[in-house]
Write a protein that binds this ligand. Sequence first.
Ligand code: MN
Length: 201
Amino acid sequence: MAFTLPALPYAFNALEPHIDARTMEIHHGKHHNAYVTNLNNAVAGKPEENLSIEEICKNISKYPVAVRNNGGGHYNHSLFWTIMAPSAGGAPTGALADAINSAFGTVDEFKTKFNAAAAGRFGSGWAWLIKDASGKLAITSTPNQDNPLMDVAEVKGTPILGLDVWEHAYYLNYQNRRPDYCAAFWNVVNWSEVAKRFDAK
Ligand code: MN
């Protein structure tokens, strides 16, 4: 198989009480797994089965909608698991903190703007913190399983933090209270992983 489901880097219950174990188990084992299976089916026997998921996203307009939906789903969730961690939260430090302060004023102002993007995404989608081609940070959001790497994205850049706002990401614990889920997310953000992504080339 060209693409595989990455192991969750912590236990299903590791992000409790902010994200419950049952949600994590279904989200990783059923939803993400289905994106991987459907992506593999969509690329089987085609040249793109030998490309990285990043390369596929960057040229997504060349591929069928099944690749866009499931390839995006695979990329987005693979990032999402790594930018969370148990006993995380806290605040960004170093060059990342400087860049956030420079772009948004303060870390708290950044969180407010990010949460507004997450809460304001109508229907299913994602909120993102991205680094653009000039190295500057920006907040954006995408519908469905699109992401800012995609050539079809309104605002393009390299995602360094992402929040899944599909109902499957929060409904068991938060029901319709998406803003509460978005607020709780900051307790599990793995800032060292976000910084690693920010520092990468
Ligand atoms: Mn999801």
